[in-house]
Design a protein around this ligand. Structure first.
Ligand code: ADP
Ligand code: GLC
Length: 491
């Protein structure tokens, strides 16, 4: 079975969030199961620089505003899997983020940039780009690849099945209706039953309507997005397609995230946690925090946004300080949240430290050095950092939503007694609920024996990609049924 994954990010070449980690790890996990897997990526500078043996396959143009586009094939640096790269200098060779310019605004030609990604997928499906390899299934990730199922459905000669994975429904890829002319979508698709979303075009909606199967990255989020609270206006489509929608939990690449990784101060393991103390001391030293072992060190590694509940954390900070705990924050995002954390650090130099920016190596030192990782999200499709924290014996403190609810077992009296607990979970998205759980976590920290038990239980959890890859394979196999395409939306 030949599977093409289509995505805008891949660790370590281009990463703005968890999507990159998933796109780096899932294809090799599928390949390990014997599937013939390739990846299609836009030619951002980081991708062009990082690929191995990149060779041109086809040069054409003009296309989506680019005078010349060169479709290339090469190998991914870590997994060695084959990957197609779209080298369209005018559209993709730009500094900074894949989605936004240096001014923090979306690139104004994003509709064309990501339509080209989908166009390439459809032309790989028809073997026009690479006559030697034609996918049976094209697996599109997030709105960036949302037009993939549309372009594939538009070619009646194709019987390629499509899967769309929703990593974050809040990003819907919305563009003016009149960008349609440049996208090559027929007028009959510009209705609420097609790609239209409140008088505009939504790439995410397009993917939801036209793909054969929809997945998202945790079972709980798969249920949540059918409701108005989490559905971002797309809950109706998701309910209509409920029979084809499922949640498959993300995994962790334990080759990268492990308590003996080369990026941390001292290796340790579930059997011997001594090295973790050294990691905490090293992190406190690096961040200029008071070097104390008897106060819990809470940490954040996150985009600083309202999705991640970072405003709740700022509001709950007095509670954390009252407990005598420390807080270390690594992240970047909304200006007001960045400013709020910077102000808190300036006011409490020995207890609060903030590093604004994106730093992969430092994120490992945070995971290893902290006692608690805070993920108080308003919504969380899966969340990866709580899974990384578990492996480092850092207790996650999370809100009961999405993938967080599916992966952290709350330290209730019953769960502690049964030696099941792996972290702390709170319900309401309020400062009070978060503050209360921070206090309770601080209290538990004062009982080292129980704390160590919860750490060990967490470190033994297995969220490796094996199970998820098996679930995706089962989904792909279910799509091989002849006539599957007959069930496709044809609006
Ligand atoms: P999301 O994709 O919604 O941002 P995830 O938890 O799925 O959330 O993934 C976030 C990924 O980005 C993780 O690999 C995390 O370690 C990483 N990350 C987030 N912020 C930073 C940062 N400031 N520096 C380094 N890594 C970060
Ligand atoms: C999104 C989600 C996050 C998820 C990641 C990878 O960025 O916000 O919860 O873990 O995608 O699927």
């Amino acid at each position: 079975m030949r599977i093409l994954h289509v995505a805008a990010e891949i660790y370590p070449l281009v990463k703005t969030g968890g999507l990159a980690d998933v796109v780096a790890a899932l294809p090799p996990a599928l390949a390990k199961r014997g599937l013939d897997v390739r990846v299609l990526l836009p030619g951002f500078p980081g991708i062009l620089d990082g690929m191995v043996d990149l060779k041109p396959l086809l040069r054409i143009g003009p296309l989506f505003g680019a005078a010349v586009v060169t479709f290339c094939i090469g190998r991914l640096p870590d997994s060695g899997l084959p990957a197609y790269v779209i080298d369209a200098p005018f559209l993709f060779r730009r500094d900074g983020n894949p989605y936004v310019g240096p001014d923090g605004q979306d690139w104004n030609d994003n509709h064309r940039r990501f339509a080209l990604l989908a166009w390439a997928a459809a032309h790989l499906a028809s073997a026009e780009i690479d006559p030697e390899w034609r996918p049976d299934i094209v697996h599109a990730h997030d709105w960036h690849a949302g037009l993939v199922p549309v372009y594939i459905a538009q070619n009646p000669a194709l019987h390629t099945a499509t899967v769309l994975t929703v990593h974050n429904l809040a990003f819907r890829g919305i563009f003016p209706l009149d960008s349609n002319a440049e996208l090559g979508l027929p007028a009959r698709k510009l209705t609420p039953l097609g790609v239209e979303f409140h008088g505009k075009i939504s790439f995410m909606k397009a993917g939801l309507v036209y793909s054969n199967r929809i997945t998202t990255v945790s079972p709980t989020y798969a249920r949540e997005i059918r409701t108005a609270e989490f559905g971002c206006g797309l809950e109706g489509v998701l309910r209509d397609r409920g029979g084809e929608l499922s949640g498959i939990l993300n995994g962790v690449d334990y080759g990268v995230w492990k308590p003996d990784d080369p990026l941390i101060a001292k290796p340790y393991s579930a059997e011997n946690l001594k090295g973790k103390k050294a990691c905490k001391l090293a992190l406190q030293t690096e961040l200029g925090l008071a070097k104390t072992a008897d106060r819990p060190l809470f940490a954040v590694v996150s985009r600083l946004t309202s999705q991640k509940g970072m405003d709740l954390l700022l509001a709950a900070l007095p509670e954390l300080l009252r407990e005598g705990a420390q807080l270390a924050v690594l992240g970047s995002g909304d200006g007001d949240l960045e400013a709020g954390f910077k102000y808190a650090a300036a006011a409490n130099p020995e207890t609060v430290a903030v590093r604004i920016g994106y730093d992969e190596a430092l994120s490992h030192r945070f995971m290893a050095g902290a006692d608690v990782l805070l993920v108080p999200s308003r919504f969380e499709p899966c969340g990866l950092t709580q899974l990384y924290a578990l492996r480092y014996g850092t207790l996650p403190l999370v809100r009961r939503v999405g993938g967080l609810a599916d992966t952290v077992i709350d330290a209730t009296t019953d769960n502690l007694a049964a030696d099941r607990a792996t972290g702390f979970v709170f319900g309401e998205a309020t400062r009070l609920a978060l503050g209360a759980r921070i206090s309770e976590a601080s209290a538990l920290y004062r009982d080292p024996e129980v704390w160590r038990r919860v750490q060990r239980r967490g470190m033994l959890q297995d969220f490796s990609w094996d199970d998820s890859a098996a679930n995706y394979e089962a989904l792909y196999r279910s799509l091989q049924t002849v006539g599957e395409k007959a069930g496709l939306a044809t609006a």
